[in-house]
Design a protein around this ligand. Structure first.
Ligand code: KG4
Ligand code: ZN
Length: 341
């Protein structure tokens, strides 16, 4: 089954064509990251305007790269939320229009369910359930125990900021460009992560939740103290490395605990923009030695993309075909209200 996916929840305009939830036939992304590099984050109105400009060229590029026409597409999947309203409208209106014009079924996909499906794309082997999945991006940080694509239990989530948001805000405090994850990771390469002892939140509590607001404050206070006392320049690389370590160590601590609670787990998956972080991947693999830690096979499949939406659409569609319901939204037995923060 060939699905055309559309993702426009934030500042990326993405269209992709994926076969059977795993083979990526094209994956076209127009990013506006450079537009927001110096503004510390995404400006919703500007993001929506860029979506309007980019959606049709991106759609054409996806069809061209896959060498396909409308007649080759079996269904259309689109991110239905959560996200920035103006940006989402561009993708959903486009998808609805194509669905009517091309007479193809339309599948609404929750953005996070897209990320959860991203480890199936171009995978070297079929991922195994049950798995523990950490999904960490700029908008959410969730830990799931999953027994099937749309069956699972939310074990923990952030109580305040998302992990990606913590990277973005930390970068802004350190004077590094948006998005913060890649710029902190780059600065951290030449820093010492033991230089500053930043807190790992909730490590003494019996919980799989996360929290990053205290860490953010600790970074702010550390920068203030450094600036006051420093005889030389602010040690940005050491601060970036220590801050990155504190975020990753917290996420890995929760992953490790989740695995200990579910001994039948076959694999650990890390998805979402933060899964691009190499230090996080290394720490996670060290922590759960006997389990395979799977991440999306390419960095562009970690951050927002439409291939993951097409894959998720395929899994939802397959479940509907096999099951009792024809309502694509309620087909997902992962409680969708659990995603809404
Ligand atoms: O999944 P995503 O593209 O968009 C949302 O759904 O939010 O995630 C974007 C987030 C940003 O906060 C960005 O700073 C973070 O992912 N990110 C990273 C890295 N690359 C992107 N965080 C840590 N390390 C990275 N290499
Ligand atoms: Zn995302």
């Amino acid at each position: 089954m060939i699905i055309l996916g559309i993702e426009s929840s934030c500042d990326e305009t993405a269209v992709a064509i994926v076969e059977n939830g795993s083979t990526v036939l094209s994956n076209s992304i127009a990013s506006t990251k450079e537009v927001f590099a110096n503004s510390g984050g995404v400006v919703p109105e500007d993001a929506a305007r860029r979506q309007v400009e980019c959606i049709l060229p991106t759609l054409h590029a996806a069809l061209h790269d896959a060498n396909m026409k409308a007649k080759d597409i079996d269904a259309i999947a689109v991110t239905r939320g959560p996200g920035l309203l103006g940006s989402l409208l561009v993708g959903t209106v486009t998808a609805r229009t194509l669905s009517v014009l091309w007479k193809k079924p339309l599948i609404g996909v929750h953005h996070t369910f897209g990320h959860l499906s991203s480890t199936w794309l171009s995978a070297d082997s079929i991922p195994q359930f049950p798995c523990i999945t950490l999904s960490a991006s700029g908008g959410h940080t969730d830990i799931w125990y999953r027994t099937a694509h749309t069956k699972g239990q939310l074990l923990g989530r952030t109580r305040d900021d998302a992990a990606g948001e913590a990277f973005d805000k930390g970068a802004s405090m350190l004077g590094l460009p948006y998005p913060g994850g890649p710029s902190i990771a780059k600065a951290a390469e030449s820093g010492n992560e033991k230089a500053f002892n930043l807190p790992i939140a909730l490590s003494g509590e019996d919980t799989l939740d996360c929290s990053f607001s205290g860490l953010k404050t600790a970074l702010k206070n550390t920068i203030r103290d450094e600036v006051r006392s420093a005889k030389c320049e602010l040690r940005v690389c050491d601060l970036a490395a220590s801050y990155q370590y504190a975020i990753c160590a917290q996420l890995v601590d929760r992953l490790k605990r989740a695995c200990a609670q579910y001994p039948d787990v076959q694999e650990v998956h890390i998805v979402g923009g933060v899964s691009a972080n190499i230090r996080l991947r290394d720490l996670a693999q060290e922590a759960v030695r006997n389990l395979r830690v799977r991440t999306p096979v390419e960095i562009r499949l970690c951050t927002d993309n439409a291939a993951m939406i097409a894959a998720a659409g395929f899994f939802i569609h397959r479940e509907c075909e096999a099951g009792s319901t024809t309502n694509f939204e309620t087909a997902a037995t992962i409680p969708l209200d659990a995603f809404i923060s």
